[in-house]
Design a protein around this ligand. Structure first.
Ligand SMILES: NC(=O)c1ccc[n+]([C@@H]2O[C@H](COP(=O)([O-])OP(=O)(O)OC[C@H]3O[C@@H](n4cnc5c(N)ncnc54)[C@H](OP(=O)(O)O)[C@@H]3O)[C@@H](O)[C@H]2O)c1
Length: 212
C-alpha cells in the first residue's frame, strides 16, 4: 500500500547501513521515520532478552504504521573458533528478537499497524554461508518463520514481508571480502530505494522478495 502523509515508520537497526538509507529516503519524502538501535536516539539492544518487554513497550508507544526490522550480525570465521556467547548474540539479534516481536504484535496487534517487513538475506537464507554459520542459521530460521506465518490465516490482517538483499557495501560485510573487492556488493541506498518502492506496492502483500 502507498505511503500516506501521516505514516509512522520504525526502522529497527536504522543507525547505519541499509536501515539508515531507508530512513533517509523516507524522510526525503516527508514521511516520519525513526531508528531504534544501540546507537540511535531511541536506544534498544535486541541482544538483551531481559530488555525485550521494555523495547516492545517503546515500540507500541511510538504508534508505528509500519515496522522494518533491519538489525542482524554475527561473528565471521570458523564456528568453533568463537565462544558460544558470540553465536548466541547472532541468533538473538538476527532471529530471536524479531520472532519475539512478531509473536507479540500478532497476539496483541496495535490498531494502526499495517505492515511488518523483516530483512532477510538473498544469500544466507537459502544457501550455506561458510564462516557465518550462526548468522546463516538465523536467516534460514527467519525465512521459515515469515513464510509460514504468511500462510496462517489468522496472520492475514497484517501485511508481512521478507525483504532479502544481496551483498551491500555496509559495515556488515568484512573489509577486504570478495564481494566488496569484486564490486558485487551494491550501494545500500540503491537497494533501500527498491525496497521502499516494493513495500508500497499492495500487489506484493505477504511476499518474500530478493533484491540483488
Ligand atoms: N550488507 C550485506 O551484504 C547484507 C547482505 C544480505 C543481507 N543483509 C541484511 O541487511 C540488513 C541490514 O544490514 P546492514 O548491512 O545494513 O548492516 P549494518 O551496516 O551492520 O547495520 C546493522 C544495523 O543493526 C543495528 N544493530 C546491530 N546489532 C544490534 C543490537 N544488538 N541491537 C540493536 N540494533 C542492532 C545497528 O545499529 P547499532 O550499532 O546502533 O546498534 C545497525 O543500525 C541485515 O538484516 C543484514 O542481515 C546485509
Amino acid at each position: 500500500m502507498k505511503f500516506s502523509k501521516n505514516e509512522r515508520v520504525l526502522v529497527l537497526g536504522g543507525s547505519r547501513g541499509l536501515g539508515k538509507a531507508l530512513i533517509e529516503i523516507l524522510e526525503s519524502q516527508n514521511i516520519f521515520a525513526k531508528s531504534l538501535s544501540r546507537k540511535s536516539e531511541i536506544q534498544a539492544d535486541f541482544a538483551k532478552p531481559e530488555t525485550w518487554d521494555e523495547i516492545l513497550k517503546k515500540i507500541i508507544e511510538l504508534q508505528p504504521t509500519r515496522i522494518i526490522y533491519c538489525a542482524a550480525g554475527g561473528p565471521y570465521g570458523d564456528f568453533q573458533k568463537f565462544s558460544w556467547k558470540d553465536h548466541a548474540w547472532a541468533l538473538k539479534v538476527s532471529f530471536e528478537f524479531p520472532a519475539f516481536l512478531l509473536h507479540s504484535l500478532l497476539k496483541n496487534p496495535p490498531p494502526q499497524l499495517l505492515q511488518i517487513c523483516l530483512v532477510g538475506s538473498a544469500i544466507a537464507e537459502d544457501q550455506a554461508d561458510p564462516g557465518a554459520a550462526a548468522y546463516c542459521a538465523a536467516k534460514h530460521a527467519l525465512k521459515g518463520l515469515v513464510s509460514s506465518l504468511q500462510k496462517e490465516t489468522s496472520s492475514q490482517f497484517l501485511d508481512l514481508r521478507l525483504l532479502s538483499p544481496g551483498y551491500m557495501q555496509t559495515d556488515l560485510l568484512p573489509l577486504g571480502s570478495e564481494p566488496r573487492n569484486s564490486g558485487k556488493a551494491k550501494d545500500p541506498k540503491a537497494i533501500a530505494g527498491q525496497m521502499i518502492h516494493s513495500i508500497s506496492d499492495s500487489a506484493r502483500r505477504h511476499s518474500c522478495q530478493s533484491f540483488d
